[in-house]
Design a binder for this molecule. Sequence first.
Ligand code: FO1
Ligand code: CA
Length: 305
Amino acid sequence: MATDAHVTVVANNADDWWIHGLKVCPDLDTVMYTLGDGIDLERGWGRRAETWSAKEELAAYGVEPTWFGLGDRDIATHLVRTQMLEAGYPLSQVTQALCRRWLEPAYGDRLTLLPMTDDRVETHIAVADADSPSGKRVVHFQEYWVRLRAEVPAEQVVFVGLDQTTPAPGVVEAIAGADLVVLPPSNPVVSVGTILGVPGIREAIRATPARVVGLSPIVGASHVRGMAEQMLNSIGVEVSAAGVGLNYGARSAGGVLDGWLVDERDADQVARLEAAGIAAAAVPLMMTDHEATAAMAAAAIELVG
Ligand code: FO1
Ligand code: CA
């Protein structure tokens, strides 16, 4: 990043949940540990050089759930967060306190990590269940993702409490004052879609004088990682780079995008996007290393710059 650039990352916090009396915020922590160089790169979540004694001890007591594991190092983060929340601090201030350790040494005040909201909101997924009178069962996002491995079809996605939330302090201000807003190649339904569903955030993106550019999480007919396919099917959106871009929509037509990057393999979809008023280009979209990721960012800037 240019030395004078200021980056604000707004993270989804509807995947959060309480477990063993601790508040876990996976997306905030994944961003914090990744940018702070503490992430386990292979797993893509949690701490590097992790140990699992607490998890093993809990299992020995027969404490459920055993399918979701908190590492010993990671638990320290959750203890600090939970104590601060219980003392009355909002999540945005707790996040700032945690980032003092992880981000400040390397980035000073040039990088800010914010939860999308300080309010409680949870993503729940309805799945088919023959044993239930309604034929359905609703599980927390973590149960769908970790225990069920997103292997059963998601019939419906419910964001419990989302319409009652307000953006965390600094979120709308960062969007309004930005030179560029980037929608990352994350899940368009349960990550970016959740953030856009916080009343006021979509409106701020529609109104910002900054250019808004997104990167497709779909390459060919499938997601690069995660579970975008299952989620797009659940809301009836075409699983393709253009399908996702068109679902976000052109800012000129009531949507949120000025530009949309698709992978080279999807170059044939550029014309469809441009016809809908979205500037589009096809470039390599695999985050194989830092250089490839930096080239994606540069292409995004060039597209709408
Ligand atoms: N993912 C798993 O597949 N298994 C786990 O036991 C697990 C524990 C966990 C603990 C803390 C944390 O921050 C993330 C954790 N994750 C785990 C990943 C988590 O499910 C995902 O990062 C996201 O929620 C996906 O958006
Ligand atoms: Ca997530």
